[in-house]
Ligand binder design. Structure first.
Ligand code: HEC
Length: 144
């Protein structure tokens, strides 16, 4: 298997060398948008690790079991949404007119992580909210 990979690679090197072409297969120096969306990216990775198992990758949830985050009317109250992440909940909850009665465990995330993951939720999944800041989370946590 290894040999099969080496032979074509060697052949390409020989061809490249015989053509005298300069090797311009280096990495793209442009890192388009990488730093611009750093907060969103880490929010996305936090989401995938901590939330997607229940709320699903696109936030669609599972009917009657896990409520959706996609286009969720529950998110209109930001303080309530932040509290949900910090404390979790159990019992009846109504999201987009559908009743759920289940348990979400409190999430062991710090203020910046909660801000990042909620920013990801609020600005994706068909939601039209704005970014959540760590200060906002801190203030809610202090009020609980
Ligand atoms: C173990 C499964 C599970 C995990 C993990 C989980 N949730 Fe939940 N979540 C639920 C359940 C179940 C409810 C409804 C709880 C109830 O019935 O009281 C809920 C409710 C919510 C709500 C309020 C209702 C809505 O749909 O808008 C939000 C917001 C939310 N979760 C966000 C998150 C975020 C963000 C994460 C990751 C940081 C997360 N959840 C992780 C199961 C989970």
């Amino acid at each position: 298997m290894k040999l099969l990979q080496i032979i074509p690679a060697a052949a390409i090197m020989i061809i490249a060398a015989s053509c005298g072409g300069d090797n311009t297969t280096g990495k793209n120096p442009y890192q388009t948008g990488e730093s611009a969306s750093a907060a969103t990216q880490s929010g996305e990775s936090i989401y995938k690790t901590n939330c997607a198992s229940c709320h699903m990758a696109g936030g669609e949830g599972i009917e009657k079991v896990y409520p959706p985050l996609a286009k969720s009317d529950y998110l209109a109250d930001r303080k309530r949404a932040i509290t949900q992440i910090i404390k979790g909940s159990s019992g009846e909850i109504v999201v987009n007119g559908q009743t759920y009665n289940n348990t979400m465990p409190p999430q062991q995330l710090d203020d910046a992580q909660i801000a990042a993951v909620l920013t990801y939720v609020y600005t994706n999944m068909g939601n039209t909210g704005t970014a959540v800041t760590a200060e906002e989370v801190k203030a809610v946590r202090a009020s609980l």
